[in-house]
Design a protein around this ligand. Structure first.
Ligand SMILES: Cc1cc2nc3c(=O)[nH]c(=O)nc-3n(C[C@H](O)[C@H](O)[C@H](O)COP(=O)(O)OP(=O)(O)OC[C@H]3O[C@@H](n4cnc5c(N)ncnc54)[C@H](O)[C@@H]3O)c2cc1C
Length: 268
């Protein structure tokens, strides 16, 4: 429960409300699996769960991409190089990247949801030859709200088929307009064996999972990362309960076939 002290080494603004922080500690770096999160704290402001968005194979600094939505996340985003933040973790069940070998993989992200998926994308691309067709379907509110836009080009060059969509844009936008779930119809994948990784607002994941199921992808092969208010991060406090599970301990990554029955219950 005691946070380790990490100093902000670098801070980069991604969008109007989102920053990527590189954090370093005095000892060894933090080994993690794609999809895991830390409990990140700005002293005096609060502690919140934030997914690790760095490269799992790179070692080096701990990377987090944070959207300023409230007290704690705003204080974290404002932390200048040299400032000290608290880190507990890594926690949680990761994306099953190795289980997906040999298959087509669709990565579907909405908004800040690309941050928890970035380590999975980097892990897939690091062993590109072990997978079938790799696609990223990514949606944001506007072109300015899309994350990692320079990197998207590098990922394309490494064999990821990237499709972008936004809710609204000016005439200069040449990508799609509309919800990300609609891109499923256009994506190319072997439906009877492909898998999908989803992260974004819950409503986006529901519609995308539905679209994937209609396209023939079984809910057992669709994985989603869930968010709920979380406090301890280690399965003690019960704040993040979802059905019979605790998201911090049993998630945040679940099979859609597990989630479906709980999400059908209003306000669970
Ligand atoms: C496993 C996990 C991974 C996450 N990864 C990231 C990440 O990589 N980057 C990132 O920016 N955010 C991430 N979040 C969301 C982040 O934890 C919340 O935005 C944060 O807790 C808000 O705290 P606050 O004190 O800044 O805002 P608060 O003042 O607590 O809340 C501000 C607003 O955000 C809503 N909110 C608060 N907590 C959550 C939550 N957990 N889920 C959804 N809405 C919430 C509140 O209802 C309120 O409307 C993740 C959450 C979880 C559970």
């Amino acid at each position: 429960m005691v946070p380790a002290q990490f100093a902000v080494a670098e801070r980069r603004q991604e969008t109007s409300d989102t920053w990527t922080l590189q954090l370093r500690c005095a000892g060894e770096g933090l080994a993690f699996a794609p999809g895991q999160f830390t409990m990140l704290s700005a002293f005096g402001a609060g502690e919140v769960p934030i997914s690790i968005s760095g490269d799992p194979a790179a070692g080096g600094p701990l990377v987090h991409t944070v959207r300023a939505v409230g007290l704690a996340t705003t204080a974290i985003c404002k932390a200048e190089p040299g400032a000290v933040l608290g880190v507990r973790g890594p926690f949680g069940r990761p994306w099953p990247v190795e289980e997906l070998e040999g298959r087509d993989v669709l990565v579907v992200a909405g908004g800040i949801g690309l941050a928890p998926l970035r380590p999975a994308i980097l892990a897939l691309l690091a062993r590109r030859e072990r997978y079938g067709r790799l696609s990223l379907l990514y949606g944001g509110r506007s072109p300015e709200q899309l994350l990692y836009t320079e990197e998207l080009e590098r990922w394309t060059a490494r064999g990821l088929e990237v499709s972008l969509t936004v809710d609204g844009a000016g005439p200069e936008w040449i990508g799609h307009v509309g919800v990300v779930g609609r891109l499923v119809q256009r994506a190319r994948f072997q439906a009877d064996t492909a898998s999908a990784l989803l992260c974004g607002p819950e409503v986006m994941m529901r519609f995308t999972a539905l679209a994937l199921q209609r396209a023939g992808l079984d809910g057992d092969r669709v994985y989603a990362s869930m968010e709920r208010n979380m406090q301890c991060g280690i399965g003690h406090c019960g704040h993040c309960q979802l059905g019979p599970t605790l998201i911090c301990r049993d998630g945040p990554v679940y099979r859609w076939s597990e989630l479906e029955r709980w999400l059908a219950i209003r306000e669970l």
